[in-house]
Design a protein around this ligand. Structure first.
Ligand SMILES: [Zn+2]
Ligand SMILES: [Zn+2]
Length: 281
C-alpha cells in the first residue's frame, strides 16, 4: 500500500474554511497529491438557530454551515458544486471531487429529505459526522458538552456513541468523520459510564464495514477507536483542512501510527473509497 496522496475531508471559504478552493488545490498540487475533495458541512435541523452555539457561530462568521431546512442547504451547495465542476474542467494535473460532511439526525423525515438532496446534488462521496447530540430539548455540540456538569456530560457522551453507531448502521455514509471527536476536548476521561456505548458503536461500525478516518486535526487520542479494534475496519487519513496550509498535515505521522498499530492493510485507496461511495448511494 503506497502513501496516501489524496485528501478528501476539507472545508472552504463561504462555509467555515478560510481558503478558496483554488488556494487549496494549489497547495494539494504542490504536495504532489493526485486528488482533492471538498466536504463542506451539510447540517440541517429545524432547531439549529435556537441553540447555544448558534450565536457563537454568528459572531465568528461561520453561521453559513447551519441550515434550517434542506432547501436552504441545497441552495448553498448548488453554486458551490458548479464552481468546483468548472475548476475541475480546467485542472489537468489533479482530480477534483465533490463531497459533503453530513450531520446525522436520525428520523424518517430527515432520511427521506437527505436521500432526495443526494439525488439533486450528486456528490462523489458523503462523510457521516456526529457533531451534536440532543439533550434536554436542545441540540448540543462538543463545546456545550465540555461546559456541562459531569453527570450531564456522561449522558451526552452515551448519546454521542449511540448516534455514531446508528450512523454506521444506516449505511448512508461513505465513511465516518473523527469517531473520537469528544476526546479532542478530553471529554469523558475521568468517568467511564459511557465505555459500553463506545464498544457498541465500534461493533456496529465493524459489522457494517463503515470506514473511519484517522483525523489529523485531533492532536491526541487519535488512535483510540482504531486501536481498540485492531482489525477489520477500513481506514483513511483525513486532515480536515480549514485552510490551504492544513492540507496533508501530519499525514506522515498518521501513517507511522497506523503502521505501528499494524493497520496499514486497512488503508483504503482512492478508487476503493469511490467504489464504496457508489455502492452506498
Ligand atoms: Zn467534523
Ligand atoms: Zn470537517
Amino acid at each position: 500500500m503506497k502513501k496516501q496522496k489524496f485528501t478528501l475531508h476539507t472545508h472552504t471559504r463561504g462555509f467555515d474554511g478560510r481558503s478558496t478552493p483554488a488556494q487549496m488545490i494549489k497547495q494539494a498540487k504542490s504536495l504532489g497529491f493526485e486528488a482533492i475533495g471538498f466536504s463542506n458541512h451539510f447540517i440541517i435541523h429545524p432547531e439549529i438557530y435556537f441553540t447555544n452555539f448558534y450565536p457563537v457561530a454568528l459572531a465568528r462568521g461561520y453561521d453559513r454551515i447551519y441550515n434550517y431546512n434542506f432547501r436552504e442547504a441545497i441552495n448553498k451547495f448548488v453554486p458551490h458544486y458548479s464552481k468546483l465542476e468548472h475548476i475541475a474542467g480546467l485542472e489537468k494535473d489533479i482530480k477534483i471531487l465533490r463531497g459533503l460532511e453530513v450531520d446525522f439526525f436520525p428520523s424518517a423525515e430527515w432520511e427521506k429529505d437527505f436521500k432526495r438532496a443526494i439525488k439533486i446534488l450528486q456528490p462523489d462521496y458523503v462523510i457521516g459526522a456526529v457533531h451534536f447530540v440532543e439533550y434536554k430539548g436542545q441540540l448540543r455540540n462538543v463545546h456545550d458538552i465540555a461546559r456541562a456538569e459531569t453527570k450531564d456530560q456522561n449522558v451526552m457522551l452515551k448519546k454521542y456513541w449511540e448516534k455514531l453507531g446508528d450512523a454506521a448502521e444506516s449505511g448512508l455514509f461513505t465513511w465516518l468523520a473523527h469517531p473520537d471527536l469528544p476526546k479532542k476536548l478530553n471529554l469523558g476521561m475521568n468517568y467511564i459510564d459511557w465505555h459500553p456505548y463506545e464498544m457498541t458503536a465500534k461493533n456496529k461500525i465493524k459489522a457494517s464495514q463503515t470506514p473511519i478516518e484517522f483525523n489529523t486535526s485531533l492532536k491526541d487520542n487519535r488512535m483510540t477507536t482504531v486501536n481498540a479494534h485492531r482489525s477489520d475496519i477500513p481506514l483513511l487519513i483525513s486532515d480536515d483542512a480549514h485552510s490551504a496550509n492544513q492540507i496533508g498535515r501530519d499525514f506522515d505521522l498518521a501513517r507511522n501510527e497506523i503502521e505501528k498499530a499494524n493497520l496499514t492493510k486497512n488503508l483504503l485507496s482512492l478508487e476503493k473509497i469511490l467504489e464504496i461511495a457508489d455502492k452506498r448511494r
